[in-house]
Design a binder for this molecule. Sequence first.
Ligand code: ARG
Ligand code: GLU
Length: 718
Amino acid sequence: MKTKNTLFILSLIITISIRADEGMWLPQLLNSMNIKDMKKNGLKLTAEQIYSVNKSSMKDAIVQFGGGCTAEIVSNQGLMITNHHCGYSAIAYHSTVQKDYLTNGFWAMNKSEEVYTPNLVATIINRIEDVTAKVLKGVTPTLTEIKKDSITKANIKQIEKESMAGTHYESFVRPFFYGNEYYLFVVETFKDVRMVGAPPSAIGKFGGETDNWMWPRHNADFSVFRIYANKDNKPAEYSQDNVPYTPKHVVPISLKGYNEGDFTMVYGFPGRTQEYLSSFAVDMIMTESDPLKVSLREKRLNIMSEDMRKNDTIRLAYANKYAGVANYYKKWMGEMLGLKKYDAVTKKQLFEKQFANVINADPIMKGKYENIFPQLQKLYSDYKILNKQVDYYNECLMAIDAFNYSRNYSTLFNELKKKQKGLTNTFDKTLEEYKKLGFFKNYNKTTDIKICEAMLSEYIKGVPSGNRPIVLDSFIIANNSDAKKITDFLYSNTSFVDKAKTELMLNDFEKYANLYERDPIYYIANAIVKHYAASVFPQFQYDEREITETQKLYLQAQREIFKDKKFYPDANSTLRVAYGKVNSYKPKDGVEYKHYTTLDGILEKEIVGDEEFSVPSKLKELFKSKDYGRYANKDGKLPVAFTASNHTTGGNSGSPVFNSKGELIGTNFDRNWEGTMSDIMYNPNQCRNIVLDVRYTLFIIDKFAGAGYLLNEMKLVK
Ligand code: ARG
Ligand code: GLU
């Protein structure tokens, strides 16, 4: 009786915490898991229309863009829409002070003006398959973890190999639910991706870092690219002979808009969530890891922005770097505030206590699962210490560009040694790759010197002598813990941050290798890397594996106890569907936000001369003449962005947001400040995704950029 009662309470907690809108679902399982609920909420499509292996379906128009973002195909000539911030590094790559596409925007006025971007890839999913049984074949409970691991890895390799054999497809297997399930992904990766258009940053990034992760929002965060394929419509390296890709599905675009409460669906590649963590983990993130990373990044950002403001060359060189550092700096800040406000640790603790009661009341359950929480508690008390070391490594030591850059040379030095012993013939090829690195295009020595001094001084304060790499520690002690003195010495004696010297070295590497291997910055950076590789990362990874094993058991137990509950796996950069509705929210007592913004708000936010909030005069003219045409909202205004309750995360940037008929109503680009903790805990009252209204995208392409010819390729639905 007691068990039943606790179980009842527990399931109440679960139903309270997991409600409609939460979840990133596997598209191949919609039919068995979600479709009823989706239809109840307004969806007018079948599961087959969303995902099908045999017929063309919406999934054929969903692209993983550049590895970390999503894009949607909107024409039968491979035209894609993604975010401005997803295309940012490509736009920056093609920009110079003379042809500054970041500032002025870029528009190819015909296909011959579309520009190829090296290393930018577009991946489309061919099929997804459950391979759990095959991956776990031969894995028995009595084997050691190491043995289990090696069997699993071998099985995965075999499955991947077989699935690709004789085809041009690529494939990979990923674990889900901490290894309770495995899925195979067979994909096509297109390597000829060309930039078609991007608005000026004053439009695409309007509001800059100030507005980032915030609502209300007013930027047209989009850019346009095109996939090219060979004559057989297959992926190919860049070539003049390539032709626009013909997709199996084209996303239709709706001009009808939406109302609050309307069904929405996001289809894309969310990167990473950790929804099933224990209270110990959440506590570590909220009280230690997030605050440390935030404070270190803040120092680095202040230095960069000061130099960027003073000098245009530095501004362009650091634009992408800065945006990248700033983005997660702010995200972690929002996350720790949100977790605190939602009382996440207490909620997890309460759940764990009651869950343990249920387990302990049943002898069989108890036998299998009673160690879960004590084990996690113990693991995290060790892991926490290493995690801090790793945070210092990534956010402090490797935040120094010269360290992070020069350490890469260890591979080349080693290759040379092997070559001299006659053990390798790949040295020349590797050397050629180093010549192409392009580090100096985005580097400014004086900025890096300031960062080095600041980071070393944080490191000296934060990491006790016994935890430092010996070489670094003795150097610090010899210099009286004076970060400035150390920095001055390093940068006045190094050759690695000097473009001419680096070129000299690379042009006759065999002659200079000995000399450069003793370079002080290389020497220190290499010693740091070696120390971490020998004394920190092995234990760190070992702990992570133990945590994963325990989490795997924890999820197995949850799925056993809550038989009727639908579980969704954490995001892992694989294709997912999230559904919810157009939805406003109340951020705090006394404040209510509307679910959409308009062009009026851009003029309201304008600050003349401010880098983040200046409004291009052409946009002001369009506002004055109110010439919005078919892009206007019912209220006569020009819609810009809206909020919805779809569960999304990093990687969902650029994801299509569909209405109930599978028509595009917008492009996902952010989350709200109060909801950034949704990677760890989803609060349905506070968590919103932020979407660029596709009518604003079309308006900018058509009326602002004068590239309306692109719309002729699209399927517009009135
Ligand atoms: N916060 C959004 C995302 O996580 C946008 C980031 C790019 N924009 C920026 N201002 N840094 O990617
Ligand atoms: N801007 C994010 C991205 O680049 C999406 C926002 C989020 O993290 O939800 O994927």
